[in-house]
Ligand binder design. Structure first.
Ligand SMILES: Cc1ncc(COP(=O)(O)O)c(C=O)c1O
Length: 398
């Protein structure tokens, strides 16, 4: 067939759809318990609050909201964002902030502005599979850097920078997706120094920072950056609503100017209504109490999941995150996460096999578990079933 043989661009070769999107199709089966996506709890979404804010902003500024807007973003959001970013230690003026359609678009804009086919991008291994997909679509040469339970190892990062001369390093330093691991303070400083020293763009993707359940919130890598080589990405998906699709990119010119050009070609500008809603949400000062309330629930859900993991068979290891939405599990060697998913789905439990988060085909014996989108009793029931499925796989594997 024409399209199969010659019709698609080279960049589509070997780029598959997201594993998570494929699993989403299974989740509609009745009775399915999902530890798969990274979705906020239904109870964390506030349709009534958003309806009220929508009405207010449309009444106040409806014609402007419904008209074409500036690629640079909705002014009220650019004005409100600096105070929000300050919580992460990020100092930014409105001109350094580009609202995007989720932080996913910010990743894509940066990659398209920076990467030629074959340019190296360094990543934690595993890392967010949506960003891996975007990297593959610009034909980046994706190289893993060693990490441990304190995040990326600065010495390994410097070694990889010297060896591969990358254009960019993509990091999720806080409550990482998929592992939940957080980069320590000294390492954050070290990464900012390496970005400046070697003139490598560090893309700091930080959508989970406010979902902190214990311990202190650490300042962003960007807060230690004087060179402009660290670009900061934030998102309102996990704390207000993923459906609104509002995130932001913080960068300086000339990179910012290039991202604006790419965004013009991509979507002219992000929809004004969601941007205006998020701006008003921030201006009403209701975000801190909302974050406190969702964190209280997510903390209990995380604890319930960790409590159940403690009873998993010997040889199963897992992270104990202080925040975010995920627990990462290493299964005993020889157990394949994708095969395990088939067994789990038969028993009506879903998760994401870990392999798709690795850039190099490793991680077959891993899985990512989300705890935010299931109630405590469902977590307990689902984890009991998953333990049985893992136990059966362990016995078979002997
Ligand atoms: C690390 C990371 N970056 C970006 C995104 C995309 O988020 P958004 O909804 O803001 O596009 C996600 C979503 O799961 C994520 O985990």
């Amino acid at each position: 067939m024409f399209f199969e043989e010659t019709g698609f661009a080279d960049r589509m070769q070997g780029v598959s759809g997201s594993a998570i999107r494929a699993i989403f199709n299974l989740l509609s089966q009745p009775g399915m318990i999902s530890f798969a996506g990274g979705m906020p709890a239904a109870s964390a979404l506030e349709p009534d609050v958003v309806a009220d804010i929508s009405q207010a902003v449309l009444r106040a500024d409806g014609v402007r909201i419904l008209q074409y807007g500036a690629t640079e973003g909705w002014p009220a959001l650019k004005q409100a964002a600096p105070a929000f970013l300050k919580n992460a230690g990020v100092e930014a003026s409105p001109t350094q902030i580009l609202p995007t359609s989720g932080s996913m678009q910010a990743v894509d804009l940066l990659l398209r502005a920076l990467i030629n086919p074959g340019d190296v991008v360094l990543v934690e291994n595993p890392t967010f599979l949506g960003s891996l997909q975007a990297m593959r679509l610009v034909q980046a040469d994706i190289r893993p850097v060693d990490t441990d339970d304190e995040g990326i190892i600065p010495e390994a990062l410097e070694e990889a920078i010297i060896k591969y001369r990358p254009k960019a390093a993509y990091l999720i330093p806080t409550f990482q997706n998929p592992t939940g691991i957080t980069l320590t303070l000294p390492r954050r400083k070290a990464v900012a120094e390496l970005a400046a020293k070697h003139r490598v763009v560090v893309i700091e993707d930080d959508p989970y920072r406010d979902l902190c359940y214990s311990g202190e919130k650490l300042p962003a890598i960007k807060s230690f950056d004087d060179s402009g080589y660290v670009v900061y990405l934030t998102s309102f998906s996990k704390v207000i609503s993923p459906g609104l699709r509002v995130g932001a990119l913080v960068a300086d010119d000339p990179l910012m100017a290039k991202c604006i050009i790419v965004k013009q070609a991509a979507d002219t500008h992000s929809s004004s209504l969601p941007q205006a809603i998020v701006a008003e949400y921030l201006n009403r000062g209701i975000l801190p109490s909302h974050i406190d309330s969702i964190c209280a629930s997510y903390r209990a859900q995380l604890e319930a999941m960790l409590g159940k993991l403690a009873a998993f068979p010997e040889g199963v290891r897992y992270t104990r995150p202080r925040g975010g939405l995920f627990v990462w599990v290493w299964l005993p060697r020889g157990i394949d996460g994708t095969e395990l998913l088939q067994r789990a789905i038969e028993r009506k439990v879903a998760f994401v096999p870990g392999a798709s988060f690795y850039c190099d085909g490793s991680g077959v014996n891993t899985m990512r578990l989300n705890f935010s989108n299931a109630s405590l009793d469902i977590i307990e029931r689902g984890m009991d079933t998953l333990r049985e499925v893992v136990q059966e796989a362990v016995v078979k594997n002997r």
